[in-house]
Every structure is written in C-alpha cells, then in structure tokens.
Design a binder for this molecule. Sequence first.
Ligand code: C2O
Ligand code: CU
Length: 491
Amino acid sequence: MTHPFESRLSRRALLRAGGVALAASAVGGGSTGAAPLPAPRGAAPGDPAAGSLVEVELVAKQRFQRILAEPAGPSPLITYAERFPGPVIRMRKGQRLRATLVNELEEHTSIHWHGIRLPNAEDGVPFLTQPATKPGERHVYEFTPPDSGSFFFHPHCNTVELLGRGLAGALIVEEEGGPKFDADLVCMIKDWILDKTGAFGAFTSDRGASRAGTFGGVSTVNGLIEPVIDVPANGDVRARFYNVDSSRVIDLKVEGADAWIIAVDGNPLPPRPLDGWPMGPAMRVDVVFRAPREAGRTIRLLNVYSAEPKPLAVFRAAGPTLPNKRFAPRALPAADIPKPDLRNAQVIPMAFSATAVAQVFDEALLTTLPYADSLCLSQKTFWAINQQSWPEGGHERLPPPITTLELGRSYVFELANLTPHLHPIHIHGYTFSVLSSDQRKVVPHHADTVLLEPKERLRVAIKADNPGDWMFHCHIIEHQDTGMMGYIRVA
Ligand code: C2O
Ligand code: CU
C-alpha cells in the first residue's frame, strides 16, 4: 500500500508542451501508485483517477514553422508548443489541471481558458482577473473543469497579433461513458495573413476592424494547407472542429460521408446532421462521421459558408476495414449546466452597435486598477455594447460593468445586433442556454459563443451561479479590440 500523498504524487504527469497531440491523460488505476498507465477513454464514474492532477507547462514564444510551401520561408509563429496547433491537452472529467504559463514573449500576456466554467481568478484576463504576466514571468493556473468537451485557450491581450500568429491550444475534457469512437481528431481551422515569402502582413486595418474583420488568404487545418488526414477505414470518426480564426465564419460540410453534430462548443446535443451550422470565430462543433470502407478512399472537408465552397482537408480511409455495422450516431452524455429558471428570469437587453465616432470614455467613469502598470489605450472605438465601448488595448482602464447580476438568480439576455455585420458573442465563465431568435428557428443547445446574424435578436439564458467579473465580448478579434467588449459582474 502506498501512502496516499505519495500515490497522489505518482499519479501526476508532467507534460512539457512539445508536440502536436500530447495526451495529458496520465493516470493509472490508482490502486498501486506505480508507474502511470495510459488512461482509458471514458473512465467510469467513481474511477479512482478522478481528482488526479494533470500538469502542463506552456511556453509562449516565437517559433518558426512552415505554413507556405517553398520557396516561401517558415513563418514566425507565436505558440505555446513546438508546433501549431499545440499543445492538445487531454484530460478526463474530474481531473484537475495545473498549467504553468511561461512568458518568453517581449510583451505581457495571460491565458484565458475559453468555454470553461472556472473560478474567476483562473480566467486569465489581464487587469480584470489577474495582473498581466510580464516577459520572463510565470503564472500558474489551477482548476478542475466541471464539464467535458472541446475547449481551447488563448491570450487575452494583443490578441489580434498573438492569435493571428498562432497562439492557441486545445483543451479536451473527455466525458465519462457514452459512445465509443474509432478515432478522435482535433481539427483547428485558421487562416493566416502571410505574404509570398512567409512573413506576416498587417493583422488589422481600420477598414477591417470597422467592418467584417481582416481576413487571411491562407486557409489551414492544424497549420497545414489542405492536409490529407488518415482515418480508420469504416471507422466512426469523432472530429472536434475548432474555428480559431480571428475573423472568418465557417460552415462545414463533410462531402461524401454522413456527418452528424454531437456537440456544440463542447456541449452535447441530440445528434443532428451537419448541414448549415455556421461557426463564428471561437465556435466549435464535435462531429461524428463514418469513414469510407476501403482503404485509400477519401472524403472532403469543405467550408461552404461563401458561394464558392472552399476545400479545407481530405480524410482518407486507412488500415483494415473495421467491422462496424450501420452508421447510427449516438448522443454523448448530457452536460450538467445549471438550468436557468426562465419563469423568474430577469430580461437584460444587450445591444451591439457601431459607434458613429470614436467614442472615448468619460474619464470620470474610469477606475484604475491596482494592477495597472502600462497604458496602451486604443483610441479606435468602432463598436459598443449598450453604448459603452471598451477597446482591448485599454484593458487596464476598467470601465463599470455592463450589468451586475445577483448571484444565484437567472437571467435572459436579449442580444440585439443593430449592425449589418455578424458578431460571435462570447461570455466567460458561463455556458449559455440558447433559447430563441426573431429571425430563425433555433435548435435549443448550450454554447459559450453564439453567432448573431445581422439585425438579429437572439435570446440566451444563464443561471448566475459563478461569482466574479466575467468578460463579455465579440470574438471577431478586431471588433473586441475596437470596443465590442465589456464585462458582467456577478455578486
Ligand atoms: Cu476566447 Cu474572451 O475569449
Ligand atoms: Cu463583432
């Protein structure tokens, strides 16, 4: 018998962020405390591994990686691991994550854990929830994700450039039980703003920021242009598709296979055919499809959002034909998102608008945080939420919250898009129940980011059970950067 403390230590995995797909699930059955065993998928409830610790180190720095073919050179990406996308942290529901950010950049930064309902202090927003992590410093995040699903992480300052150069990684929390898959892929979809030589171009312009955003010209999946991805022949393939682009809306189609959505932003929903589910920046879908029976056969992944479908990747069947019978997608175990009490919910209007003139804050409204140590206040404010603009460059000058919610009460946000542009609206620390729209039939589901169509009014609800100051913003990064950002206080 091992001493409980020792055994806890032995179950730790130290993961140096170094590869494309690091399996961070590092714990064994727990009875011996001996060398860690690879974790099985979908541990049973009450598995002794639950509660164990997964440790990762994320070194943010510039690394060269080839995106364009020769004669272009490798591009100066900024990543958390040796390659984009990386790392992929995989853990099981119930496990605790301890992630150390090591800042080897020349600017301050932080890590935001997108989609996770975590304690406010771990949310990674400089000046709002933590001091910014300065060059050469480290910052340790520690939390136990309460939900399974496909999440990700990225910085929350100078995001236009840092995300533009690739600073993002995946955090996958595997569910307990549920259907088995023959493959489980992460596909991070992102365009790059590159010139012919492989150098980055301008990540933002007034023209882009005040309209639909600046677009990259090079589409990739996992940093590769139209990659061929091997999948087991006749296998049931779970593909976790992430839109990690800063601006582009994607509507995926798996051409040549029956493909079904089984989760949105990591949250399970009754399986439904993948057919018209536009994803704004930061949105994800988990899809299951059946790979072709014969090795060598291919199917195509397309973005069909614009009139001209854009090929993104090819899936190619490989290996012996698996003995799967008829394709019948099954639901993942339901998420346990606190249910808003809609009958007693207060309705809060949230208007997303364009500013006519750059709107500079009334100095009297500003409070300066103790963390404030630098000023990079952007004067460019093209967008507002409830008439209030907070540019990302002005993080350290904290405006009042958009609204203050009472801890434990339920709220319906009426999100009104007063602009002719799309806005993927994201809330930190919470998962929306998406209720209804005045323009389309809404499939009830949970999401951390919802795509507001031009002029649309969309209703979403939360139960305000997680105290703190929570960012609430558009995830088209240039919109966020030029004013369509604020925070909600829950107290
Ligand atoms: Cu992925 Cu504040 O966002
Ligand atoms: Cu927007």
